[in-house]
Design a binder for this molecule. Sequence first.
Ligand code: HSE
Length: 321
Amino acid sequence: MKNFTDNKNRVTVRVPGTSANCGPGFDCLGVATTIYNYLDLTLIRANKVVVESSGEGADKIPRGKRNLTWLAIRRLLQEVGREDEFKGAIIRMKNNVPISRGLGSSSTAIVAGLTAANEILGSPLDKNGLLRLATELEGHPDNVAPAIFGGFTVSVMDNGAVQTFSFQPRIKLKLIVAVPDFELSTRLARKVLPKNVSMKDAIFNISRASMLIAALVEGREELLPLAFDDALHQPYRKKLVPGMSEVFEAAKSAGALGAAISGAGSCLIAFTSARARLEDKIAESMVEAFKLHGVNSKALILNVDKHGAQLIRNVELGIRN
Ligand code: HSE
């Protein structure tokens, strides 16, 4: 391994797990959370990709050139015309974000590869450039945008081009994520959606998504209880997540401002204001409600990540040099 290592071509990045949709913002809203995946990347001249991973999903992550982080790195190298210079990589990952649960693990893999490689190459792309490539690789912007920018993000697609507004909410929120012990593929969760929706359901979501962003930007907590509901995707995905409605109800009864499927599931997420100090009670009630439907789950209590993908020092990762 040492032979391939060239320290000036090596960096470590930390990328937040994300929750897309936030209820009514299907395929356009997202929030970065304080659970992180780490990538220690070395770009090498040899035509070889070495992947080491530990933590969540370590045994499932593709090795070699099928690895998603490598595909992102290769895309960046092509974009900036450096693919002949760096033909391979040493990819070391330490993952905390559960995989195939709607917390943006594939986005972290893409954003980590792009951010780290961009840094090694002397930052030829800015964050919007990274967002463009990440969206192309992921297929939609709602997880990759908060993974890059942090905070909440609103993303608009226009003929393949993406524009993102990112902001820090003026309400200090706690995010309670119930992580069930089953995975859900995004492909399947998209397959159950209808091709067309009614005007009534469209208005239901537009009004709530708009209210959600306005309330978060202005710090109007009293407007939030109306703002997390959805009529465009959750009713159809309900059958894929046993106990979904009951977990939402349990979270709200325990004092949550609202609850939603995290991304395409299987996690469910509830939102509460930090000052209410209800997060433990909400977490307990969500796990309990899942259990009544035969689903084992664990709860994560997270904050909103403010920074998005960031460079860190290797030493923080505890990965050997
Ligand atoms: N907006 C996407 C969906 C997120 O709900 O299908 C998937 O990561």
